[in-house]
Design a protein around this ligand. Structure first.
Ligand code: HEM
Length: 253
């Protein structure tokens, strides 16, 4: 079917939708997990699991203030938890496998959401507008995430395995802590401070994004939830950093 519109003295035929058969809308494969909401849910669930781990880890680290025995006892509990139902280190290995899966899924969802955002806007904004998808936040999240991952690898070699720690492999966790952050190795503490601050920034933005995804962050709750995201992140950063700083200052020795 063809209609005619008149513009001045000229006439031009235009096509109406009845001329072309309707194309079926492109179908996204992958169901819920293939959708943006599904990926955001994966980010939120894996993020929450990592935050729970971080809270537990931070509280456990504070045992260093109670002395070597208390700290080593906590480190040994990590390996013996679940006994006698489970054998030595089984529960800890399950936690480790869960954490690796959480990190992997979190990164997968982040990368595929970023790709989708890029495809939705193949042409860059003409104005240099800092949007959620191209501004400061996306850079802190993307590069911050990679730095945190590299930090965790170094951190495991340092305090779990001991291969980059002066106390060495066969030492106790407390010795690795005290020798690793010794005043003469102040640069290690500086590195940990930077990395943990990065974790805090990542967490603050992640929590804020999760509140927005859940539709909680509008109207009256905007400011209180911004404060919750910043406050919880700051608490975690301070709780983590008091230990290396106290070792470097000679308070824990
Ligand atoms: C600056 C503060 C931190 C200190 C003093 C610290 C200390 C420790 C210590 C002593 C261990 C070894 C425990 C043991 O072998 O029994 C450990 C393990 C670990 N830490 Fe940290 N940590 C800190 C921050 C972090 C952060 C920010 C993350 C994550 C982003 C992290 C992730 C881990 C992981 C994944 C393990 C291995 C847990 C396992 O044994 O499976 N740590 N940490």
């Amino acid at each position: 079917m063809t209609a005619t519109i008149e513009r001045g003295s000229a006439t031009a035929p235009i096509k109406t939708s009845a001329d072309t058969p309707a194309k079926p809308a492109p179908r996204r494969s992958g169901g819920f997990l293939g959708s943006s909401n599904g990926k955001k849910a994966v980010m939120a669930v894996t993020g929450a699991a990592m935050v729970l781990f971080l809270i537990g880890h931070m509280v456990g680290n504070l045992k260093a203030f109670l002395g070597a025995d208390s700290f080593n006892e906590y480190a040994s509990f990590l390996r013996t938890m679940g006994e006698p139902l489970l054998t030595y280190r089984v529960a800890l290995t399950l936690v480790e496998v869960g954490l690796v899966a959480a990190v992997g899924l979190h990164m997968w969802a982040a990368i595929s959401l970023a790709r989708r955002a890029g495809k939705a806007r193949p042409v860059k904004y003409a104005a240099k507008r800092k949007s959620q998808a191209s501004g400061y936040a996306v850079h802190t999240m993307r590069y911050g995430g990679v730095i945190i991952l590299l930090f965790v690898v170094y951190h495991l070699l340092d305090l779990t395995v001991g291969v980059v720690n002066p106390a060495g492999f066969g030492s106790t966790p407390y010795d690795r802590l005290v020798e690793g952050f010794a005043p003469s190795r102040w640069w290690v503490t500086v590195f940990y401070v930077l990395a943990v601050v990065m974790v805090g920034l990542h967490l603050r933005h992640g929590l804020w994004s999760a509140f927005q995804t859940l539709g909680l962050a509008g109207g009256r709750s905007y400011r209180p939830l911004k404060i919750v995201a910043a406050g919880l992140s700051a608490l975690l950063v301070i709780g983590f950093l008091v230990v290396p700083v106290a070792v470097m200052a000679g308070v824990i020795k």
